[in-house]
Write a new protein. Structure first.
Length: 454
């Protein structure tokens, strides 16, 4: 028995790195004769590619699995990804409804795993990483919108923030060979990709695992922008404590790189940052923002903030609010601290202390987002009257409208741009005149269809 002809559907959960993993698995299965389908009801085998980062993500993963299991009792439904890698051994006996569990470290073996599944076995496998030069990065199917792709440059992390379970799930930093990253970028660009989104747990740490000292991220960027073609590069996830001081000037001199900086500050009060294992503070992080905008006045800066962690207090929250007001960030995400077993911070708070902290954090979260909402809307005003390239994602059927994004809007996490225009095709870049701000979104008109700036 083999996999030839089997129809595979992936329900992908979690972060962009998980999406890349799903795309690689689909390539591996395609090479064995499988067919990718995009509706679960059409599949023979359903892969629930899980997230295991925090409690809410694990709950979503389990709930999604059971929804699909109950809806399709006659199909093979397996769990893959981060939750499986971290917890498969612990939960396999209790989750008998799963036809198998497979982790996320050696994606080349997904076919052998599914062979066992269709033979009636119930394999539970948490693979180790292969040698770095033997990993597969080929992808035939991209699960995002046309014209955009994620490009993973490293795996794992060495920062060891005390709250973070990533090292438990994905291990220490493993930077991919530079030539492999560049060749993958060339393939994506050659296939028509307009937007390359670089991802890692921390882009700036790229290459530091090679000699335990120097980042090779700027060198990698130099090689990427040298590729011929019509494309943009976006940088996602740069740890503030390792931010390269020369990066803003490099971006300013290389128009293929979008002046978009995703910097997860997580907090501004030193009373919270220090227990996190971070070396920054209010003044240092504000100075970083100022340095970026001095070199790139039009730069877009996104960040995330964690509420309810050790050291959080009314005074710390007040400091965070003042930071958010002073920083005037373009985009902000917030999340509640998840007390993760196995992390160094797990014993900082007893269960009742943690529960009380989260109750307060929910109130603080609402207040912080209200503050940021007005800032984001004000920051968006600067685009009105400007001509911006818009990556078209979804044309609206039977209407002269499409949903897309300007380069200052990252996929999935930021707002969108609604474009008026005829014959707009997904995956194309269209120059548009931005006419208005509508909530967190922009309204625009295709330039060659009456959209001249005014």
């Amino acid at each position: 028995m083999n996999l030839a002809g089997k129809r595979i559907y992936v329900e992908n959960l979690g972060c962009a790195k998980n999406q890349v993993d799903a795309e690689v698995m689909l390539h591996e299965l395609s090479s064995l004769g499988c067919k990718t389908v995009f509706e679960a009801n059409e599949a023979d085998i359903i892969l629930v590619n899980t997230c295991g980062f925090i409690e809410s993500a694990r709950k979503e993963s389990i709930d999604t699995f059971f929804q699909l299991r109950n809806r399709y009792p006659d199909k093979k439904v397996v769990m893959t990804g981060c939750l499986s890698q971290r917890y498969a051994v612990d939960i396999a006996d209790d989750l008998q409804e799963a036809d198998g569990m497979y982790g996320n470290r050696d994606l080349r073996q997904i076919g052998a795993f599914l062979e066992q599944v269709i033979q009636g076995d119930r394999p539970v496998i948490t693979p180790r990483y292969p040698a770095i030069d033997r990993e597969n990065d080929t992808r035939d199917v991209l699960l995002g919108f046309p014209g955009s792709a994620y490009l993973k440059i490293s795996e794992g992390c060495n920062h060891r923030c005390r709250y973070c379970a990533i090292p438990l799930i994905r291990g220490p930093l493993r930077s991919r060979p530079m030539d492999a990253v560049v060749q993958e970028a060339k393939r994506l660009i050659g296939a028509g990709t307009k937007e390359i989104n670089l991802i890692a747990q921390d882009l700036a740490s790229y290459g530091t695992d090679w000699d335990q000292k120097s980042s090779r991220f700027i060198e990698l960027l130099s090689n990427l922008v040298a590729i011929e073609g019509d494309y943009y590069i976006r940088m996602l996830y740069i740890h503030p404590d390792s931010f390269p001081t020369e990066l803003p000037a490099f971006v300013a001199n290389n128009p293929k790189i979008i002046p978009y900086f995703d910097i997860p500050f997580q907090h501004a009060a030193e009373s919270v940052l220090k227990p996190m294992g971070r070396t920054g503070n209010y003044e240092r992080y504000l100075a970083l923002i100022d340095a970026i905008r001095k070199e790139l006045p039009d730069a877009t800066i996104r960040s995330t903030f964690m509420l309810g962690f050790t050291g959080d207090s009314p005074q710390a929250f007040n400091e965070l609010k003042q930071f958010v007001k002073a920083a005037e960030l373009d985009w902000v995400g917030t999340f509640l601290y998840s007390r993760e077993e196995g992390t160094p911070a797990f014993d900082d708070l007893k269960l009742r202390q943690y529960q009380a902290a989260i109750r307060q954090a929910r109130k603080d979260q609402k207040e912080l987002l209200e503050i940021q909402e007005s800032i984001t809307k004000q920051r968006l005003q600067r685009f009105i009257g400007r001509i911006e390239p818009v990556l078209i994602e979804e044309p609206i059927d039977e209407e002269d409208l499409a949903i897309g994004r300007i380069m200052h809007q990252a996929p999935e996490v930021d707002g969108s741009t609604v474009v008026m225009g005829r014959n707009l095709k997904a995956g194309t870049l269209v120059f548009c005149a931005v006419r208005a701000v509508n909530g967190f979104d922009l309204d625009a008109v295709a330039k060659d269809q009456g959209g001249a700036a005014r």
